[in-house]
Design a protein around this ligand. Structure first.
Ligand SMILES: Cc1cc2nc3c(=O)[nH]c(=O)nc-3n(C[C@H](O)[C@H](O)[C@H](O)COP(=O)(O)O)c2cc1C
Ligand SMILES: Nc1ncnc2c1ncn2[C@@H]1O[C@H](COP(=O)(O)OP(=O)(O)OP(=O)(O)O)[C@@H](O)[C@H]1O
Length: 311
């Protein structure tokens, strides 16, 4: 991935202008977003311009309701990477503050879509809202696009099961430990990134050394043991990941511990990205360290059976 996979509005260059534009949070980059982005690329081809996504940072909810803001599914870097995997040419970020959120739907459309990006087409989903208090909807957008003489595509909703896919639904699945459902909605396995900090150094003693992830950059799934994979120095490794306390040792602090299979070395201070593949079991309090150790052996076998990596 190039160092700067996204830019801000004051960094726009000529090749980013005159294209097809989609606006939204795009948190997680799910299959609903993917369907929309397929249409964005078609629209871009028709207008002979770039496929541009406009996204927001921080999330508008973080400015409006900081006490109740949902954790993000993706950092800006990861979101841009996933959007580009879907064929988006440019990701442009709106810096969100109270002034920005106070703009009317018309003012936002005029300044962002027409003046800054000189958009030739817009592509959105059915639940798109814009401007102060989410006053602009797809009807309003239709009128604005018609008046400005630019094309508009509203793509139908993509569902998973009976309901429409949304970032909020992916968050709910992760918080319920339903990794399979979350991954069915996402375009790539759910990924958690953090820095490797120091633990109690106990894992090494019980034969299962772990990298303890601190400062996670996105939502932490519910407590449990997970089959995961990690990319390290260009190689993919399987990992058994524990999220939660260590009740066997009387510790109640939540930890994110990653035990890499078929790897040994020192990871302290490095950034680690963990892909979640399956939920394996809940956290338990074991009667002895020996019984915990036997369970960890079974967990590792389970991870091997769930994840196959090419040699
Ligand atoms: C895959 C995996 C599953 C684990 N499951 C449990 C568990 O169910 N209960 C528990 O008390 N500790 C569990 N542990 C955590 C160990 O207790 C922990 O790795 C050990 O205390 C080392 O802690 P440290 O990294 O702070 O040194 C698990 C660890 C791993 C890697
Ligand atoms: N399931 C879907 N099918 C089609 N389009 C979608 C779907 N979900 C979102 N979109 C569209 O993608 C664009 C970006 O949406 P955004 O990421 O803001 O919403 P979301 O995924 O519903 O998230 P949230 O749950 O946070 O509201 C919008 O145009 C929206 O209408």
């Amino acid at each position: 991935m190039p160092a700067a996979s996204y830019c801000y509005f004051d960094q726009l260059t000529k090749e980013m202008l005159g294209g097809a534009v989609s606006i939204g949070n795009f948190d997680g980059v799910h299959h609903g977003h993917a369907c929309l982005l397929k249409n964005l690329k078609l629209a871009a081809k028709q207008v002979n311009g770039p496929a541009v996504v406009v996204t927001f940072d921080p999330h508008p909810a973080a400015v409006l309701r900081p006490q109740a803001v949902p954790a993000r599914l993706t950092s800006l870097e990861r979101r841009a990477e996933l959007l580009q995997q879907q064929g988006v040419d440019f990701v442009v970020v709106c810096r969100v503050d109270r002034d920005f959120l106070n703009r009317s739907a018309e003012a936002f459309f005029q300044s962002t879509v027409l003046e800054s990006l000189q958009a030739a087409a817009i592509v959105e989903g059915p639940n798109f809202f814009f401007g102060r208090n989410r006053e602009g909807d797809t009807k309003r957008l239709e009128t604005l696009c018609r008046d400005a003489g630019i094309g508009l595509t509203i793509v139908p909703a993509t569902a998973f099961g009976e309901q429409m896919i949304s970032s909020s639904r992916v968050r709910q699945s992760l918080l319920a430990g339903d990794i399979a459902a979350a991954n069915s909605m996402l375009t790539a396995p759910y990924q958690l990134t953090g820095k490797v900090g120091t633990g109690e150094q106990r894992g090494r003693l019980i034969g299962f050394p772990t990298a303890n992830l601190v400062e996670p950059t996105s939502l932490v799934p519910v407590h449990g043991v997970y089959a995961t994979s990690v990319q390290l120095d260009g190689q993919v490794y399987r990992a058994a990941t524990h999220i939660g306390p260590n009740p066997t040792f009387g510790e109640s602090v939540e930890k994110i511990e990653v035990h890499l299979l078929d790897w040994s070395g020192d990871l302290y201070g490095r950034d680690l990205s963990v892909d979640f593949i399956e939920h394996v079991r809940d956290i338990a309090s074991f009667e002895s360290v020996d019984i915990l150790r036997q369970q960890l052996q079974r967990d590792v076998q389970k991870v091997r059976s769930l994840i196959h990596i090419g040699k």
